[in-house]
Design a protein around this ligand. Structure first.
Ligand code: AHR
Length: 505
């Protein structure tokens, strides 16, 4: 019997606009956790360290990713963090038991140092405040320290610490994962809603120009999801701008087809949060729209077992150091596609995290820096995925997996950059064995030509990168060509692709 070739059809049109893409969907996250800060971005004594101890080799890779915003300082860690410990002369800073990850925090790096580093990588900072062990008072002092120009106790203290100009931090997270029983100072939805609303009011009184993110559920499997969103927003709706979403996936059962379908779950998660926000909007007869901040997302499972061996109270031990494979990179590419398909409501998203901890960038303490497989879809989507997200009409063969039905083999998102006159198609072929033939009708872009077709693939779906050994890296020999107003070609099995077109000059 002759095997039939798998075929997919896509229609792209300039008029099928989802939304302008907020560049902050390419944000990331640095937590005081494992070797993210100490031994990651900061390593005085390293041969590439600049005057303040930040590794230049890491700075260069972060800049390559063009990360527009970075969430800091946690994560779980923030729920017992005293921001005052991390400012002022370093020799006076206390060493503390860091309870979330049960390590010792030296506080050598704190708010001012991190703001300096963020400047070096051209990123804004999304600052999280502690609503676990602390509340309104510490939060209002903290924002006065960071954002108030001067003439008051906390703003003058910042000046004494060497920072004459305010940091002007615009985006603030009201705590972290407060629905999770593991969180220090975990709260019920009503408890959190009340403290978040009152803290939001105080923060805005200090600086009315800020934007605020209310904590959503820690993941879509939380038993309190989506009631948590409804109840907390009932309290916070008029005081905040975004609600957070967090989600990590892992191929725990070694079922690649099912794993690569996880973005159907992510899509559903986003839709449910949007509906819940809009339900509260209707309930309150409000004119305001709450948008989504997907401020933790990635693959996280490889390191779970080894992390059980960590010696408590050590300083910056390796934690959450997942080594990523090709299949993880394909899923990360699909997660980015999912974010773009919801760019009308997802305005901020943070790949968690950025360096060493479930990260695209890895370092060897005292040694080199290297790129994980997931670096590549993140890099290309961040650099070329700017402009307007278009809604592609897709017809693709489908499959069923353990947890999902009707999973399209082809997963794609499309971006039109009017300024650069560029059209970019990001595509994942989820098929384990077959290439996928495609024809993409680009009707209103008929005068655009293919500039490059980048592919990430490997015969071995479990191939991973290691220091000095990059098994999974992109090539530019993608199979596609233009035929009048169509792009015709093939996506190899288990591949991530970017086809970039530019208007003919
Ligand atoms: O990113 C790792 C951890 O995942 C964060 O600290 C926490 O917010 C989430 O559970």
């Amino acid at each position: 019997m002759v095997k039939e070739t798998l075929k997919a059809r896509v229609i792209i049109d300039k008029d099928y606009i989802i939304s302008d893409i907020d560049k902050r969907v390419y944000g990331s996250f640095i937590e005081h956790l494992g070797r993210a800060v100490y031994g990651g971005i900061y390593e005085p004594g390293h041969e590439s360290a600049e005057e303040n101890g930040f590794r230049q080799d890491v700075i260069e890779l972060v800049k390559e990713l063009q990360v527009p915003i970075i969430r800091y300082p946690g994560g779980n860690m923030v729920s017992a963090y005293n921001w005052e410990d991390g400012v002022g002369p370093k020799e006076n800073r206390p060493k503390r038991l860091e309870l979330a990850w049960r390590v010792t925090e030296t506080n050598e790096v704190g708010t001012n140092e991190f703001m300096d580093w963020a400047n070096l990588v051209n990123a804004d900072v999304m600052m999280a405040i502690n609503l676990g062990t602390r509340g309104i008072d510490a939060a209002r002092n903290f924002i006065e320290y960071c954002n108030h120009p001067g003439g008051t106790y906390w703003s003058e203290l910042r000046k004494e610490h060497g920072y004459a100009s305010p940091h002007q931090i615009k985006t603030w997270c009201l705590g972290n994962e407060m629905d999770g029983p593991w969180q220090i100072g975990h709260k019920t939805a009503d408890e959190y809603g009340r403290i978040a609303a009152e803290t939001a009011k105080a923060l805005r009184l200090v600086d009315p120009s800020i934007e605020l993110v209310s904590c959503g559920s820690s993941n879509a499997e939380m038993p309190t999801f989506p009631e948590w969103e409804a109840t907390t927003l009932d309290h916070t709706y008029e005081h905040v701008d975004y609600i957070s979403l967090h989600q990590y996936y892992g191929n725990r059962t070694n079922d690649t087809a099912n794993y690569l379908a996880s973005t159907l779950d992510m899509d559903n998660f986003i839709k449910t949060v949007v509906s819940t926000c809009d339900y509260i909007k209707a309930k309150k007869r409000s004119k305001k729209q709450i948008n989504l901040s997907f401020d933790e997302w990635n693959v996280w499972f490889h390191s779970n077992e080894q992390d059980k061996q960590i010696e408590p109270w050590t300083v910056a031990p390796p934690q959450l150091e997942d080594i990523y494979t090709l299949e993880d990179a394909l899923l990360v590419g699909s997660m980015l596609n999912t974010m773009l398909k919801h760019s009308d409501r997802v305005k901020i998203a943070c790949m968690a995290q950025l360096v060493n901890v479930i990260a695209p960038i890895m370092t060897e303490t005292g040694g080199a820096v290297w790129k994980q497989t997931i670096f590549y879809p993140y890099y290309y989507t961040s650099v070329y995925g700017r402009g307007k997200a278009l809604n592609p009409i897709i017809s693709s063969p489908k499959y069923d997996s353990e947890d999902y039905t009707d999973v399209p083999y082809l997963d794609t998102s499309v971006v039109y950059n009017e300024e650069k006159e560029e059209l970019v198609v990001f595509a994942v072929n989820r098929h384990l064995e077959e290439k996928l033939q495609f024809d993409i009708d680009i009707r209103s872009f008929a005068d655009f030509e293919i500039v490059e077709h980048i592919v990430l693939e490997n015969e071995d779906v479990k191939a991973a990168n290691r220091i000095g050994d990059e098994q999974v890296k992109p090539h530019s020999n993608g199979q596609s060509h233009k035929e009048s107003d169509k792009i015709i070609g093939t996506f190899s099995k288990l591949s991530w692709n970017m086809i970039r077109l530019q208007k003919r000059q």
